[in-house]
Design a protein around this ligand. Structure first.
Ligand SMILES: *[C@@H]1O[C@H](CO)[C@@H](O)[C@H](O)[C@H]1NC(C)=O
Ligand SMILES: *[C@@H]1O[C@H](CO)[C@@H](O)[C@H](O)[C@H]1NC(C)=O
Ligand SMILES: *[C@@H]1O[C@H](CO)[C@@H](O)[C@H](O)[C@H]1NC(C)=O
Ligand SMILES: *[C@@H]1O[C@H](CO)[C@@H](O)[C@H](O)[C@H]1NC(C)=O
Ligand SMILES: *[C@@H]1O[C@H](CO)[C@@H](O)[C@H](O)[C@H]1NC(C)=O
Length: 766
């Protein structure tokens, strides 16, 4: 059978002995051509990935695409685009080049007298010298699979394929002392090979009979596990692989059903794989296997869709500080919650009720898990980056703090921008849901604040009126609910006449449609004249009051507005140092100090994180660009012009394939690259090229931070929106608390000016 298959596929680029000579080269548009091993089992060549990308590697050559699993890839899976090539250079390096023939990976074997490459029957790709000695082998740099008779030595690891931008979380490693372990991120070990003998381990090896063993210097087994079909002679093909779900498995080829069957797995209970369900998700079982359920699926939240599985798309934790009312405790039986990132869990010995009370008394406590296995351990969690598991045999109960008023949860979690529900409805909500005392207190508070606010506004109004002669009190639209928002700060509504007065008849223009002015109390402000506003006054007011409820160091605050039939104007706080583009692109480079630029990038990310996830009602920026990032006297970035895409025509996301928040992330990536390179146009199509352009000697200690920024930028700018990181991940990467993988490919051609240059070069070629 295998031979037959081979004859069907053997139109490859290697000769009958599955070898390729010095100077051979293959391009990815010949990706249907492979070099097949002599026995027909393995094929080497371009492997097509999703996203129109390729890796170069070895896969099985058995049946259909699903069975032909990749078993090795160059450089751990470096992704390249169409028209990339690989080959054996005349000096004996196996190389992978991108379409501009820049070397992406090299075997660095030019000094070893390489004469040819060969694919052996066991799936090992080897570089051979003139005496047919192996001078380099793919078995020496495993990716996610061990084939029979392949060994693992410290510090080699197998890494699960990346599914998201932030690290391929799972790896299978051998420690210096010879212990095998499964690790999440860098240091959470969720499975290990326990062995007691004090032997010195030489290597771990997987063999063709289905045994994974640790061997000492004398090749004696000191520890092993055995597949359940061990010794079954009808099984010809086996491999050991770390899967995307973080489990390590042995697979056997079933030559009857033509499929791979798992015959051993390291972690029996999939829910014990650390972080399996991802953020805000809890692992459990239904009759068909492990399932992930979102943390918030309690009856309070009925009607809110929860898209659980695999940890993708669970609603974020509520910022308890934003609860409209008090918090209450949700009891989750047989459930353990744990922090995913370096957590600040504190363990205490408390009874179950004390554990619960402690958490509800402690404002920084997000959840507490009380073990009822007799240990009396109570783990207090202060991070919102949590995951967990829930099985009938879990001897623990978890107390999750939630907002008493569910609406606050829903508004927080739905990461979309919408007009439903206005801020001014909060009174109604409280009336419906609040309990007696709280209700009275809330009403008293609102009355008190209303009175205070009305009084202070009247004082302001009188001041304005006093200083000017003619504007009649009657013409001022009464301060209705606009004066209040959830943070109880004042949003002023002004007439066009008043705006004219404040801006001295628009005398001092700062930019397109932007004018400087001053309030009567001399506080400088900026008036932004909005064009093409397409919404009703009510919708406008709802949006503006949402915007004025944003209070963040990295956002320019909205102070007031004007809305009449012809004029729509927003008043923002004045930020003295101008916009980021002016600062970045000004000629005097000496002022652009690295740490300032890194701080600015982080500030911008914090601002977006606040908009997307932290403020009461999630806001999309919708127009992120350098011009909309202002710098204050301390060079703290403050974003402006956010949240207006529902008001203005032409601001909606053009492409339907990405959500507005994904669009924001894309633009954020672009801004980061502009900050790092100080160029408006991003030149260079991969991380390395960008980094090369930067003057390393001047970056010095900052190079690592810069590389992180560049890497995450490329992830942000992925064409496929689902590959882009969440803003939370972006912040963590910039802060250095989360590592980030090399991005899958070069920059997608999307930035308008980049498209222009591409077109230009194509024309030149013609
Ligand atoms: C790839 O190369 C082929 C043949 O040279 C050419 O026709 C095609 O336009 C190239 N594609 C890209 C995306 O560069
Ligand atoms: C080859 O050498 C380069 C430069 O020193 C290095 O970055 C790269 O990791 C090496 N490749 C391999 C396969 O070791
Ligand atoms: C178990 O959960 C999975 C994933 O959510 C689902 O596809 C499957 O239908 C469920 N099975 C049963 C029997 O409920
Ligand atoms: C993992 O590493 C981080 C940072 O190096 C550290 O803060 C954290 O405590 C470690 N976690 C564990 C479980 O060791
Ligand atoms: C929680 O606070 C209440 C009232 O202040 C107090 O009586 C109780 O002892 C506290 N509980 C714990 C576990 O600290």
């Amino acid at each position: 059978m295998l031979v037959l298959l081979c004859s069907a596929f053997c139109g490859g680029f290697c000769d009958d002995f599955s070898t390729m000579p010095l100077g051979f080269e293959v391009s990815s548009f010949e990706s249907d051509k492979n070099c097949v091993s002599e026995n027909g089992v393995f094929a080497f060549g371009f492997l097509e990935m999703d996203n129109d990308e390729y890796v170069v590697g070895i896969k099985y050559n058995l049946a259909d695409k699903a069975s032909n699993l990749p078993v090795w890839a160059i450089g751990g899976g470096i992704r390249v685009s169409l028209n990339s090539t690989f080959g054996l250079s005349m000096d004996g390096n196996l190389i992978l080049m991108n379409p501009s023939r820049i070397v992406q990976w090299s075997s660095n074997t030019s000094t070893l007298g390489v004469q040819k490459v060969g694919l052996l029957n066991n799936g090992n790709l080897v570089l051979l010298s003139s005496k047919d000695e192996i001078v380099w082998e793919s078995f020496g740099s495993p990716t996610n699979t061990l084939l029979p008779n392949q060994s693992l030595h410290y510090p080699q690891t197998l890494r699960a394929p990346s599914t998201k931008s932030t690290s391929s979380y799972y790896s299978f490693a051998i420690s210096r002392a010879g212990e095998l372990k499964l690790v999440w991120e860098h240091n959470v070990t969720y499975w290990r090979s326990h062995f007691s003998s004090p032997a010195i381990v030489k290597e771990a090896r997987f063999d063709s009979s289905g045994v994974l063993g640790l061997y000492d210097e004398n090749d004696k087994v000191v520890w092993s596990i055995t597949a359940k079909d061990y010794g079954d002679s009808s099984v010809n093909l086996r491999h050991l692989r770390i899967d995307r779900d973080g489990n390590l498995r042995i697979y056997s080829w079933d030559s009857v059903s033509y499929t791979w069957k798992a015959v051993w797995q390291a972690v029996q209970d999939q829910c014990d794989v650390f972080g399996f369900c991802g953020l805000y998700s809890v692992c459990g079982y239904n009759s068909s296997g492990p399932v992930c359920n979102c943390l918030y699926s309690d009856p309070l939240e009925q009607g809110v869709e929860s898209s659980g599985a695999g940890g993708a798309g669970c609603r974020k934790m509520v910022d308890l500080g934003n609860c409209r009312m008090h918090t209450s405790i949700l009891v989750m039986k047989q459930t353990v919650l744990y922090g995913l990132y370096p957590s600040h869990d504190v363990g205490m010995l408390l009874s179950q009720t004390d554990c619960r009370d402690y958490c509800s008394n402690d404002t920084s406590c997000v959840a507490a898990t009380s073990r009822n296995d007799g240990s009396g351990l109570c783990m207090i969690k202060r991070t919102t980056f949590i995951s967990g598991y829930n099985t009938p045999f879990t001897p623990a109960v978890t107390f999750l703090k939630v907002c008493s008023v569910p609406q606050a949860v829903a508004a927080q979690g739905a990461n979309r921008h919408g007009n439903e529900g206005s801020i001014s409805s909060s009174g109604g909500l409280i009336a419906k849901k609040g309990s007696g005392k709280k209700l009275m207190l809330a009403i008293a508070l609102i009355i008190l604040l209303t009175v205070t606010v009305i009084l202070s506004i009247q004082i302001l109004v009188f001041w304005i009126l006093y200083r000017r002669r003619k504007i009649k009190v009657k013409t001022r639209i009464p301060f209705g609910r606009d004066q209040m928002n959830q943070h109880y700060s004042v949003l002023i509504r002004l007439s066009f006449e008043e705006i004219k007065e404040l801006t001295n008849n628009f005398a001092n223009q700062l930019g397109t449609s932007v004018f400087k002015g001053g309030l009567p109390n001399k506080t400088p402000i900026v008036a932004k004249v909005l064009k093409n506003v397409v919404v009703s006054e009510k919708e406008f007011r709802v949006t503006v009051s949402t915007l004025s409820g944003t209070h963040h160091r990295n956002l320019a605050s909205v102070k007031g507005f004007c809305f009449d039939s012809t004029n729509k104007i927003l008043l923002y706080e004045y930020v003295p140092n101008g916009s980021l583009d002016k600062w970045l692109f000004k000629t005097d480079h000496s002022e652009r100090i690295w740490h300032q630029r890194i701080d600015i990038a982080l500030g911008v990310a914090h601002g977006v994180a606040y908009l997307h996830t932290e403020c009461q009602k999630c806001i999309i920026h919708g127009n992120l660009k350098l011009e909309n990032i202002l710098l204050d006297e301390n060079l703290v970035p403050k974003m402006t012009d956010f949240g207006l895409q529902d008001l203005i025509t032409g601001r909606k996301s053009v492409s339907s394939s990405e959500s507005p928040s994904e669009r924001d992330i894309y633009m954020l990536g672009q801004i980061f690259l502009q900050i790092v390179t100080c160029e408006r146009e991003i030149l260079g199509e991969n991380v390395e090229q960008i980094l090369e352009q930067l003057d390393e000697s001047r970056a010095g200690d900052y190079m690592e931070a810069i590389e992180r920024i560049v890497r995450i930028s490329f992830w942000c700018m992925q064409n496929k929106p689902f590959l882009r990181p969440s803003i939370g991940e972006v912040v963590k990467v910039l802060e250095g608390t989360l590592s980030v993988d090399r991005p899958p490919s070069g920059l997608p051609v999307r930035h308008d000016s980049m498209i222009d240059t591409e077109v230009a070069s194509e024309i030149e070629e013609e």
